[in-house]
Design a protein around this ligand. Structure first.
Ligand code: C5P
Length: 218
């Protein structure tokens, strides 16, 4: 029997990571935040002095990315970089390296390796379309740009960081259009993915919707 996989794709700051992590915990499944791999690569490249547009060098780095996921922490070269990879600048670098076909190819098997028993919940942009096309449940999770900007704003203020709402909204819109316009694995809702618009939903309501859909599949 194949391992059950739930994919949650969607635009940046939609809350898909939060929802995916809770669903994974409720089901006792593994969890893969695929965006963290692109973020790790962007950070690793910067540390190695490799430009975010140097496709052959980036693909080589991606093939041997010294990354590990340990109890919710993201490690690079054995050091916890969980906070560092969340920086806005690294997010921008991630979306640049992620647009390169050789980089995506180099990270494909690494992502698929997470699909092991008892099951996997994973979030990203192409998890249902490219990485796990046979997934049991595919969700396209989104929210309005205003709502996503406001969530990101509250998150930053909550962490004691300074934040500019119009700038955050513009960054979100720019990143979405870069992710949607790229030639390889663009951000889009697959025909077989369930559209979950969380603009008016709480996290719990979004989690329940995903769990109900998984319940219907079983
Ligand atoms: O989801 P997150 O914001 O952490 O992802 C960072 C960037 O990595 C995204 O803007 C996107 O360009 C890229 N990404 C991707 N495919 C995925 C996950 C993330 O292209 N499956």
């Amino acid at each position: 029997m194949s391992v059950p996989v739930i994919t949650i794709d969607g635009p940046s700051a939609s809350g898909k990571g939060t929802v995916a992590a809770i669903v994974a915990q409720r089901l006792g499944f593994h969890y893969l935040d695929s965006g963290s791999l692109y973020r790790l690569l962007a950070l690793h490249a910067r540390r190695q002095g490799v430009a975010w547009h140097d496709e052959p060098a980036l693909a080589e780095l991606a093939g041997s990315l010294p990354a590990a996921f340990v109890q919710g922490a993201v490690l690079l070269d054995g050091n916890d970089v969980s906070m560092e990879i969340r920086a806005e600048e690294i997010g921008i670098g991630a979306s640049k390296v992620a647009a390169l076909p050789a980089v995506r190819a180099a990270l494909l098997q690494r992502q698929r390796a997470f699909g092991v028993a008892p099951g996997l919940v994973t979030d990203g942009r192409d998890m249902g379309s490219v990485v796990f096309p046979q997934a049991a449940v595919k969700i396209f999770l989104t929210a309005s740009a205003d709502e996503r900007a406001s969530r990101r704003y509250k998150q930053l203020i909550g962490k004691g960081e300074s934040a500019n709402l119009p700038q955050i909204k513009q960054d979100i819109i720019d990143r979405d259009s870069r992710d949607a316009a790229r030639a390889v694995a663009p951000l889009r809702q697959e025909p077989d993915a369930f559209l979950l618009d969380t603009t008016e939903l709480t996290i719990d309501q979004a989690v329940d919707t995903v769990l109900r859909r998984f319940g219907q599949y079983q």
